[in-house]
Design a protein around this ligand. Structure first.
Ligand SMILES: [Fe+2]
Length: 313
């Protein structure tokens, strides 16, 4: 069967790719696939059934990895690669997983945010557990011109300590080597895609504290922009997983989130994340004097959220 790239019906983004095996794909075919990835924002590749090593190899074709073949699962991985016992629902790991049920883009809470991410489905629950994607390019393009102008020069801090506290009332222990590291990275609300030149919104659950705006105005604006992106059904796609599926999306232009499911049922997705290019995805490093403002904004924000924490939480 020849390589077929079929745009997803009724959506402004996304394509389903068939007639290709990701394992033995030549460079010419990958180039075609990569162009489709840039154009459509995400690709669904059914029936690939990649091993951990094959996930890593495929990920590396997109660039340097942040991590490769990491189980994003509610089960512990055994040494032989199988999965069995369920991870406790109140563990930090599951609370972090649950946090990803809110719209976000990956790794904006690191100095260099992510280029793209991929998931391979190993075990799929009977109900729920979908992955949803939303197009921030179409979201930006459809904003009223005055709002586009208003946000053109604005930025927001990004931190997963913020999002975890804001979405779950969760204040994980700080550890500078973990994702709860105490830094917050300033990124523009309007991003110019480094490869296509197309503008898109750059927001999501990790974003807070727009410098120059009050806390309330900042929250309202970020919520308004997010709501705008996801309010239009043609800008949102829900992927119903089947074992063997591979999904790859552009973190620089799309939002995504996981959907809830029955957490007593196994769900194992193998995640691989590609690092962004420093030329376009670097905010600053923690040793940069610019980092201090982010640290302070985060500390203030966490104080407010802590004070609002329901009594006895
Ligand atoms: Fe994610």
């Amino acid at each position: 069967m020849p390589l077929t790239i079929k745009p997803i019906e009724g959506k402004v983004f996304g394509a389903i790719v068939t007639g290709v095996s990701l394992v033995d794909m030549d460079d010419k075919t990958f180039k075609t696939l990569y162009q489709a990835f840039l154009e459509y924002g995400f690709l669904v590749l059914p029936e690939q059934f990649l091993s951990e090593q094959q996930n890593i190899e495929f990920g590396k074709r997109f660039g340097e990895l942040e991590f490769g073949a990491l189980p994003l699962a509610n089960q512990h991985r055994n040494d032989d690669g199988s999965f069995s016992t369920l991870v406790k629902l109140d563990s930090q790991r599951m609370r972090t997983n649950r946090g990803n049920e809110a719209w976000h883009t990956d790794s904006t809470y690191w100095p260099v945010s992510s280029k793209c991410a991929m998931l391979s489905a190993l075990k799929v629950p009977n109900v729920g557990g979908q992955t949803e994607l939303a197009d921030m390019r179409a979201g930006y393009a459809s904003l009223p011109t005055d709002l586009q102008e208003q946000i053109e020069s604005l930025s927001a801090y990004h931190s997963t300590e913020f999002s975890q506290a804001n979405d779950l009332g969760d204040f994980p222990e700080r550890d500078k080597n973990s994702i709860y590291h105490g830094e917050a990275y300033l990124r523009p609300l309007v991003k110019v895609h480094p490869e296509t030149g197309v503008k898109n919104l750059f927001i999501g659950r990790h974003a807070f504290g727009i410098p120059g705006l009050s806390r309330q105005r900042s929250r309202e604006l970020l919520a308004q922009l997010l709501e705008h992106v996801v309010a239009e059904p043609t800008r949102v796609y829900q992927h119903q997983w089947r074992e063997g599926d591979l999904l790859v999306w552009d973190n620089r232009a799309l939002l995504h989130r996981a959907r809830p499911y029955d957490y007593s049922e196994p769900r194992v997705l193998i995640g691989t994340r590609v690092k962004g290019d420093e030329a376009s995805e670097l905010a600053y490093y923690p040793n940069d004097p610019k980092a201090q403002a982010g640290r302070e904004a985060l500390a203030l924000e966490l104080d407010v959220l802590r004070a609002q924490r329901p009594h006895g939480f």
